[in-house]
Write a protein that binds this ligand. Structure first.
Ligand code: PLP
Length: 511
């Protein structure tokens, strides 16, 4: 149950809470999103915890859609904001130079993958991730003189026209859609390294076949871990293949690290798990330290667009830059990426043990503190209709060493690759527990997604004081994006509440 705040929850608090929610539903757009599933009225927040107007407290694993690397109102962020406010500096300066911006750029460049950092240029964009995606697409189109774009199934890049075109739900002639590798719902029915290799070969053949119908593109945009698409980490080998394929064909590679950046996945930038150096990186969310900020960082030879090519009024938010510098420095100095990797691996292992006792949990996957639990209908039929025989034939009898006929784990669900020590793997290997891992021990035959059950789990979580997000192709993935600063005890509290919520939600569905 939700914890009451120390002050007794008064009837007046309750009435205020109800009134605000009532007015919201009467006055705000039908297109509102999080507010529908999370009928809370946050009034105070610190770290992982949000307090509602009704006096209830919640553990916030939504973190402003992954924005709050340091949680709510972290002291270093507040101090950085106060310092700017007290200094008399202008708060709004378009794209003029300021000491605050200079410090932000220096700190950001310090964190970039080597190979890009030395030759980086930065474009400050309108403050949403989607505007930075637009800028990246425009940049590579200008630099190459080409128009087409390669993007991936399940991708999410934002809500403006170009970003939406590149996202998975869109149908657009300028964007060629390629398979994103995934184990649980592998389009080829085999998952693992074999599935990823088939996805890479598909990409290669599309580019090299003169009759593929895909003209030589201006760029390829990908998320190193798909977030909204259902928390799907790209295998490091596949990312390296994408880097080789694009480099060999002079196609700029754009890494959209809007959600995966600033330590979230266990390295400062998620591309570091594979060691690849993209040509362009799109950065937002956590780089603003909880305030709106978005940039594109790219190699200098692409910097051929003319002045004003990507303008916008709100590109000079000094408070966001100060909060962002403080956040980037704090994550770097305190090793929070490594901490996210270690804690995330532990949480994944615990969730996998939990999954073994819950047939409605189809898959558990993630990277660092970007974690997804896919809810399925255990009574449902095989969705892909790929027989075990065919699957076995494609994969040579096994998928990732797991017998093809094995649908759900019989014993403790420990993936083979989590046995590989992360630290010995080095930055160019993905297989460590701090790198992207997926539940290869699961099945090449996914069970049908269970979006209603996932929504029920989200409601049960909320009633236990835990805020989680839903995502994935079918909105059936419960997503955890806690701050990188959470303690071991807080991680345990999150998993306890989630476990209870899954049990409670599953009971009426599968009694
Ligand atoms: N790119 C990725 C990978 C995202 O996850 C998002 C938002 O969730 C965006 C782009 C768009 O960012 P924004 O919502 O700030 O426009």
């Amino acid at each position: 149950m939700t914890e009451p705040a120390p002050a007794a929850v008064s009837a007046a608090h309750s009435a205020a809470h109800e009134g605000i929610l009532r007015r919201q539903s009467a006055r705000e757009s039908a297109a509102r999103t999080y507010a529908r599933a999370l009928p809370i009225v946050p009034v105070r927040a610190r770290g992982l915890t949000i307090e509602g107007a009704d006096g209830q407290r919640y553990l916030d694993c939504l973190s402003g859609a992954g924005t709050l690397a340091l949680g709510h109102n972290h002291p270093v962020v507040l101090e950085a904001i106060r310092k700017v406010l007290d200094s008399g500096a202008p708060l709004h300066v378009l794209d003029l130079a300021t000491p605050v911006k200079d410090a932000f750029t220096t700190e950001l460049f310090r964190t970039l993958p080597r190979g890009l950092a030395d030759r980086a240029r930065i474009q400050f964009c309108g403050p949403a991730g989607t505007d930075a995606v637009e800028a990246a697409l425009k940049l590579v189109r200008t630099a190459t003189g080409r128009d087409g774009m390669l993007a991936f199934t399940g991708a999410y890049h934002g809500m403006t026209a170009g970003a939406l075109e590149a996202s998975g739900g869109a149908q657009d002639v300028r964007v060629a859609r390629l398979p994103y590798p995934q184990d649980y719902r592998c389009p080829f029915g085999i998952g693992g390294a074999d599935g990823a290799e088939l996805a890479a070969r598909w990409t290669e053949s599309l580019l090299d076949d003169p009759k593929s119908g895909v003209p030589h593109p201006a760029g390829m945009i990908l998320e190193p871990v798909q977030g909204e698409g259902g928390v799907i980490p790209a295998p490091a080998d596949w990312l390296r293949r994408m880097r080789e394929i694009t480099a060999a064909r002079s196609i700029p590679l754009i890494a959209d690290e809007v959600q995966t950046g600033v330590g979230r996945t266990g390295t400062f930038w998620a591309v570091e798990h594979s060691g690849i150096v993209p040509d362009v990186m799109v950065l937002s969310k956590a780089i603003g330290g909880s305030l709106p900020l978005a940039v594109v960082v790219y190699r200098d030879d692409l910097d051929v667009w003319p002045p004003g090519a990507h303008a916008g009024t709100f590109r000079g938010n000094q408070l966001a830059m100060a909060a962002g510098s403080a956040t980037l420095a704090y994550v770097r100095e305190n090793g929070l990426a490594e901490r996210a990797g270690v804690l995330g691996a532990r949480m994944l292992a615990q969730l996998r043990s939990l999954a073994a006792g819950h047939p409605c949990v189809g898959d558990v996957r993630g990277s660092g503190l970007m974690i997804g639990v896919e809810l399925v209908d255990p009574g449902g039929a095989d969705q892909l209709g790929i027989s075990d025989g065919l699957s076995a034939a494609i994969s040579g009898g096994t998928s990732s060493g797991v017998p093809a006929e094995r649908h759900l784990p019989a014993g403790p669900a420990v993936p083979a690759e989590s046995a590989v020590p992360a630290k010995s793997a080095g930055p160019s290997e993905s297989a460590g527990s701090t790198g992207p891992v997926s539940f290869l021990g699961r099945s090449p035959r996914p069970l049908p997604p269970a979006p209603e059950l996932a929504a029920a789990v989200q409601r049960e979580c909320l009633s236990r004081g835990l805020i989680v997000e839903l995502g994935g192709r079918h909105s059936s993935v419960v997503r955890l994006l806690p701050p990188l600063t959470i303690t071991d005890e807080q991680a345990t509290a999150i998993l306890d509440r989630l476990a209870e919520a899954i049990s409670a939600a599953a009971r009426p569905h599968y009694a």
